[in-house]
Design a protein around this ligand. Structure first.
Ligand SMILES: Cc1cc2nc3c(=O)[nH]c(=O)nc-3n(C[C@H](O)[C@H](O)[C@H](O)COP(=O)(O)O)c2cc1C
Length: 169
């Protein structure tokens, strides 16, 4: 099968190395626009975002993850939150956030940029909230590191399809 969307899904790779070139705000807003067009349960659109380009804040956030080198290398970060005032089901709201994040990753590639979904930083989500000066009631789902890729030869692997399909009835 081949279609632009299908090909984009298969070709997307996590990008962890970036050139020093800045990412303009309009591009970051386009990425987030793709995110908010993800499906959500009851269409509650529980996601909220913080765009971080400030070098000092990025340096502080880098200290909150084992993947500090990626955070420091990326000229832009997008922190993705769930808004506790609109969530209705922990599992479904987290699934909505995942759909939103994946849309953003695909949009990032389609705009000629690269990104990686950072989850390990969640272990310090309280510190991240303080650094970003956000109120309680927002739950960090991921930080997406965004930039202009310095290379595009990343490889990834998937197990064979048959390993995942339990039954074809
Ligand atoms: C929930 C989640 C958390 C992740 N956390 C990290 C992370 O903290 N650091 C990192 O370098 N990559 C992280 N990744 C990216 C995965 O390592 C990556 O998607 C996986 O190795 C497959 O590679 P691919 O995205 O190039 O297909 C995360 C991905 C997901 C979905």
């Amino acid at each position: 099968m081949s279609s632009p969307v299908y090909d984009a899904i298969l070709k997307r790779r996590s990008i962890r190395e970036f050139t020093g070139q800045q990412v303009d705000l309009p591009l970051l807003r386009e990425i987030i626009t793709a995110g908010i067009w993800a499906p959500s349960g009851l269409n509650n659109q529980p996601w909220r975002f913080v765009i971080v380009r400030d070098p000092e804040l990025r340096a502080q956030l880098a200290q909150q993850t084992h993947y500090s080198h990626i955070v420091l290398a990326a000229p832009a970060l997008i922190a993705v939150y769930l808004d506790g005032s609109v969530v209705y089901d922990p599992c479904k709201d987290a699934q909505s956030a995942g759909a939103c994040i994946q849309n953003m990753l695909l949009a990032t590639e389609s705009l000629g940029l690269g990104a990686v979904w950072l989850g390990q930083i969640l272990k310090n989500k309280d510190a991240v909230r303080r650094i970003l000066d956000l109120p309680e009631g927002l739950e960090l789902m991921a930080v997406i590191a965004v930039g202009h890729p310095s290379r595009r030869d990343q490889q990834s692997r998937r197990k064979p399809l048959a390993d995942f399909i339990l039954k074809e009835i």
